[in-house]
Design a protein around this ligand. Structure first.
Ligand SMILES: [Zn+2]
Length: 255
């Protein structure tokens, strides 16, 4: 059975957040913080990048603090962005898909519902949805579709030996979590199905929402899928940078 290691690559942050951003309609009086990550799933046979981070121009436009170009960051794992072949994009919000151009040779895997919303639905072009995506990255992926380098995922499935995707919608129309066989068991990169570990611990979502009912179902589904609660990873928790072994500056090994 193929097993992998999972690395969290912190490309920006921390950013101060109101507690109610991390825990929907709770914690108004508490301060919180979030980091920006993408992930690398790797063994001796295969390297898969999960999400893209953002390109430098977009990071400047959005005012991201402590930004590191994702293409530079992955060199700390001995990888080169222009030789990455497979990138799974969990969802098409700007902070997860805004670096697609940094991986010029990759095939991208995106949930079909997610793609159709951001690429075709007029609501996606209307604020506040418009703020959540990056139009130039969506257009870049549209071009990839024509070239056959965008794979639209329709259902839960194994993409590579030991690596599957499963639908976890709510935060966005077709968010996909990535399920990975690791030495410690079945781990789940839930991305923004939850912002922080606390969302899972309390079965309470974070604030940015496409569909609340789906979001709550997804929290439960992902908890069921991971072999253990410590193998279920959220999208923005600062603990992913602080509580796990650091393998290089800004890179931790989650599993
Ligand atoms: Zn995010």
């Amino acid at each position: 059975m193929s097993r992998y290691e999972i690395f969290a690559l912190k490309y920006a942050g921390p950013v101060k957040k109101c507690g109610a951003h991390l825990m929907w309609q709770k914690d108004w009086d508490k301060a919180g913080a979030g980091n920006f990550y993408f992930w690398c799933v790797k063994n001796h046979e295969r390297t898969i990048i999960v999400d893209t981070g953002v390109a430098p121009a977009l990071a400047a436009k959005r005012g991201l603090p402590n930004f590191i170009d994702p293409a530079n960051l992955i060199t700390r794992l001995g990888l080169k962005a222009n030789s990455i072949e497979h990138v799974i994009i969990t969802h098409l919000h700007w902070d997860h898909a805004g670096g697609a151009k940094l991986f010029p040779r990759a095939v991208f895997y995106v949930n079909e519902k997610e793609y159709l919303f951001w690429a075709r639905d007029k609501a996606a072009l209307t604020p506040p949805f418009e703020f959540l995506s990056d139009k130039s990255s969506i257009n870049y992926l549209k071009g990839h579709k024509k070239r056959g380098r965008l794979v639209l995922v329709k259902k839960d499935q194994q993409l590579f030996p030991g690596i599957s995707v499963m639908a976890a919608p709510g935060h966005s129309p077709g968010l996909m979590a990535v399920v990975v066989n690791t030495q410690k068991g079945r781990a789940v990169i839930g991305s923004d199905a939850a912002y922080v570990f606390k969302n899972y611990e309390q079965n309470w979502p974070s604030d940015i929402m496409y569909n609340m009912a789906d979001s709550i179902r997804s929290l439960a589904r992902l908890q069921h899928q991971a072999s253990s609660p410590v193998l279920l990873f959220p999208g923005h928790d600062i603990k992913m940078a602080e509580d796990f072994p650091e393998v290089a500056n800004n890179i931790t090994r989650l599993a």
